[in-house]
Design a protein around this ligand. Structure first.
Ligand SMILES: C[S@@+](CC[C@H](N)C(=O)[O-])C[C@H]1O[C@@H](n2cnc3c(N)ncnc32)[C@H](O)[C@@H]1O
Length: 211
């Protein structure tokens, strides 16, 4: 897990925050790659990554949709700055933008995105049930949201991880609860993917036309 360092992973700041974000870019690489295998996006899709942190997912999304605009959103100044540095070439080409803001009230019109992702961030969101409604709002009809994480409730974690979940106050639903959260937020369908032999989860919420 990426929550064992000094500093505050809920809202990275300062020197420790920068180091933490560099570390997360590499540590979250495998779970992100696996989770994004469930993303079905056209080459010109407009995609959003919420809680973009150090920016590695934005670069991956730009490879999946090389003709689309990839947006990153994060409420930490340090994360916004690191994501911009990490993707400076893509930003200069006009393919990536990084915006400061909170998931609870995103500065986007309704129905803006062809796909939305969030990696190792949901467990920090202040109002998970309400925040999912905000995600649904900015998603286009027919598009999907992928929530990717390396923890979920009910998994048999070791003591250190259990202590970290407690220490950092992580919201950690079971797979069934993830599904319920998505459906209660108004997603028309929800699928849960678990990676065998790991504690990885990818919760997928679909927005059907007419919601
Ligand atoms: C553990 S880091 C993960 C970063 C990156 N997604 C990754 O996988 O390496 C969590 C990120 O979510 C951001 N975050 C947490 N709560 C947020 C919120 N309410 N709105 C926007 N960003 C948030 C934090 O600032 C941080 O950059």
């Amino acid at each position: 897990m990426g929550i064992t360092e000094k500093g505050n992973p809920r809202k990275p700041a300062g020197k420790y925050g920068e180091l933490m974000l560099d570390g997360m870019n590499s540590r979250h690489s495998k779970v992100t790659e696996w989770g994004l295998s469930f993303l079905h996006a056209e080459k010109d899709a407009g995609l959003l990554d919420i809680g973009c942190g150090g920016g590695a997912t934005l670069r991956r999304l730009s490879q999946i949709a090389p003709l689309g605009l990839i947006s990153g959103l994060d409420y930490s100044d340090t994360s916004v700055q690191k994501s911009r540095e990490y993707n400076i070439d893509l930003i200069e080409e006009g393919r990536v933008r990084v915006i400061k803001g909170s998931v609870s009230s995103m500065p986007f019109d309704s129905g803006s995105f062809d796909g939305i992702t969030t990696v190792e961030s949901f467990y920090f969101w202040p109002e998970p049930a309400e925040d999912l409604k905000e995600v649904l709002r900015v998603l286009k009809d027919g598009a999907s949201f992928l929530l990717i994480a390396d923890i979920y409730g009910g998994y048999d974690f070791d003591m250190e991880t259990r202590e970290n979940i407690r220490k950092f106050g992580l919201f950690n639903p079971t797979p069934e609860e993830f599904k319920e959260l998505l459906l209660n937020a108004g997603f028309s369908d929800a699928r849960i993917h678990l990676k065998e032999g790991t504690s990885w989860i990818c919760a997928e919420g679909m927005k059907s036309c007419g919601i």
